[in-house]
Design a protein around this ligand. Structure first.
Ligand SMILES: [Zn+2]
Length: 237
């Protein structure tokens, strides 16, 4: 497991290497030309957008309706095995590509604006990471996404109002009920006053079963009468 210090060094070396080696597209590895950043124009235009905001209810809402009282929910991109979004998120998470994460956050913001997801929102909340995971990874990709959305929309972002108090072991092999049972007590509302009565936009990287989003929303709603909109960067079937 890499320490945070080593990750910062590796990021620095990565930056230096760009002086010697040309920047390449993070999806197809073609050399980038002037004006391109992280993705070549071809890959950028081929990103698998969902256009879920045009459907009512859309697949994310179908997953969450009846479980938590949300106003609306969406995902910006499809996440499939070996597709560009899976590849890019893998690089962000396991190769410490923080700047790439910020770029994806900006693309996420463009999609959310198109879908009207910033309208009347008071606060952006990212799904928090447990401190032990944060220590090993060095950053929370959801916080970076939320900060980019905040920068783009000028809506306040809080990464402290919601706290993850349990580390949440890998749940991929558990069924829906057992996933929910495991995760339901993982989050707490850490700042009741901050979220009371607010219209919240809750952010996660990928939605699969929706259990994490359900647990986060319930943790806040147990303490306050906030309202919820949900947006994830990616949608996995
Ligand atoms: Zn490319």
């Amino acid at each position: 497991m890499k320490s945070r210090f080593l990750q910062i060094i590796s990021d620095y070396v990565d930056d230096l290497s760009h002086i010697i080696y040309p920047n390449v597209c993070q999806n197809c590895s073609d050399v980038l030309i002037s004006g391109e950043e992280f993705l070549c124009i071809k890959c950028l235009h081929k990103l698998p957008v969902t256009m879920f905001h045009r459907l009512s209810p859309n697949p994310v809402e179908k997953k969450l309706f009846g479980r938590i009282p949300i106003k609306k929910a969406t995902s910006a991109f499809y996440y499939h095995k070996s597709n560009s979004i899976q590849k890019l998120l893998h690089k962000v998470k396991y190769k410490h590509k923080v700047k790439l994460c910020a770029k994806l956050g900006y693309l996420f913001a463009l999609k959310l604006e198109e879908a009207g997801y910033f309208e009347n929102v008071d606060m952006i909340l990212p799904v928090p990471m447990h401190k032990s995971k944060f220590r090993s990874r060095g950053f929370n990709q959801c916080v970076i996404f939320a900060e980019e959305l905040s920068k783009y929309s000028s809506i306040e972002c809080s990464d402290s109002a919601l706290k993850r108090v349990k580390s949440g072991k890998s749940q991929t092999k558990k069924d829906k009920y057992h996933r929910w049972k495991t995760i339901s007590g993982d989050f707490i509302c850490n700042d009741r006053e901050k979220v009371e009565g607010k219209n919240i936009l809750l952010i996660d990287d990928v939605i699969t079963t929706g259990s994490t989003l359900e647990a986060c929303t319930k943790a806040i709603l147990n303490k306050t009468n906030a309202e919820f909109n949900i947006a994830t960067f990616a949608y996995a079937d």
